[in-house]
Ligand binder design. Structure first.
Ligand SMILES: NC(=O)c1ccc[n+]([C@@H]2O[C@H](COP(=O)([O-])OP(=O)(O)OC[C@H]3O[C@@H](n4cnc5c(N)ncnc54)[C@H](O)[C@@H]3O)[C@@H](O)[C@H]2O)c1
Length: 280
């Protein structure tokens, strides 16, 4: 009996939003390495094209698509494109996310723009992406949706205390909403053999955490002489029992498991992949 899991997703097709860099790139690469065909979608088309090219150069099968998750029509077009190209869509990973407004780094307090953006991308964007694929998955009575939330949606935590500023408030609330959406959708589409789960990453050195570390540096005078990478490592050492950061590929491997039939009895769950920083 074959025991290899390397082709766990052979014959499956996947859509990953925000696939052009960071965690979305790692997820796309891992899904492809496990045999899935991947539509790498991102509002940043150049990033999506680069990731799709890397997958194809490595012998996988991917194509790049634009797509703004805040616009149902836009992300529905991407999903339809993937269905047309692959003949079906088995896996959907709503991963695209934002921290807040672009001047987030230098601010202590949130503003309306942070609330609007995190709602539009992290909540409505996730809902739109699910809405774009659920009809197709319902018809086929098969689907795996893996939403990328955050352990911050469970419990905001950090060392030194990021709570000296409120700027991350909207982000944390949006991620809690994404987890609740996971529960709600799982309850409604389980009857169609669609599994809906969330992965809650901890801390990864992507542009998103680089912005958070910069924010910590600007808010906390005692961190002024540290590099943003050292601030990030301080957070890791101070909060993670495993004492190390997560990588995009770590997240991709867990997404791959939840998207596989090995996880067919798991639905409505939010799984922390955070080195044990928050244990619930
Ligand atoms: N980095 C971390 O430590 C961390 C921790 C927990 C959760 N997360 C979550 O993981 C996901 C990916 O994070 P990341 O660190 O790779 O972030 P990132 O900022 O590096 O990448 C986000 C990607 O999403 C894309 N995007 C943004 N708005 C979009 C839109 N409207 N439509 C389509 N694409 C859009 C961006 O172009 C970018 O490619 C996010 O949902 C984030 O909240 C990250």
């Amino acid at each position: 009996m074959a025991t290899s899991t390397s082709q766990q997703l052979d014959g499956r097709s996947a859509l990953v939003t925000g696939g052009g860099r960071g965690i979305g790139r790692g997820i796309s690469m891992i899904l492809a390495s496990r045999g899935a065909e991947v539509c790498v979608s991102d509002i940043d088309m150049a990033g999506a094209e680069q990731v799709a090219a890397e997958i194809n150069e490595g012998g996988g099968n991917a194509f790049a698509a634009g797509g703004n998750v805040t616009d149902l029509e836009s992300i529905s077009e991407v999903a339809q494109n993937a269905i047309d190209k692959f003949g079906k869509l088995d896996i959907c990973v709503p991963n695209a996310g934002v921290l807040g407004g672009s001047d987030f780094m230098s601010r202590k307090d949130y503003n309306d723009r942070d609330w609007d953006l995190t709602w539009d991308v992290n909540v409505r964007g996730v809902v739109n992406t699910c809405d774009a694929v659920v009809g197709h998955m319902t018809e086929r009575k098969y689907g795996k949706i893996v939403i990328i939330a955050s352990h911050g949606g469970r419990e905001p935590r950090g060392v030194p205390d990021a709570g000296r500023g409120n700027v991350q408030g909207p982000y944390m609330v949006s991620k809690a909403a994404a987890i609740q959406w996971t529960h709600w959708l799982a309850m409604n589409v389980g009857q169609f053999n669609i599994n809906v789960n969330a992965v809650c990453p901890g801390r990864l050195w992507t542009p998103m955490w680089q912005a958070i570390a910069q924010n910590h540096k600007e808010l906390n005078p005692e961190l002024a002489d540290m590099s943003i990478r050292d601030i990030f490592e301080l957070q890791i050492k101070g909060t993670m029992p495993l004492g190390r950061e997560q990588t995009p590929e770590d997240i991709g491997r867990v997404v791959s498991f939840l998207a596989s039939d090995d996880a067919s009895e798991i639905t409505g769950q939010a799984l922390n992949v955070n080195g044990g920083a928050i244990m619930n």
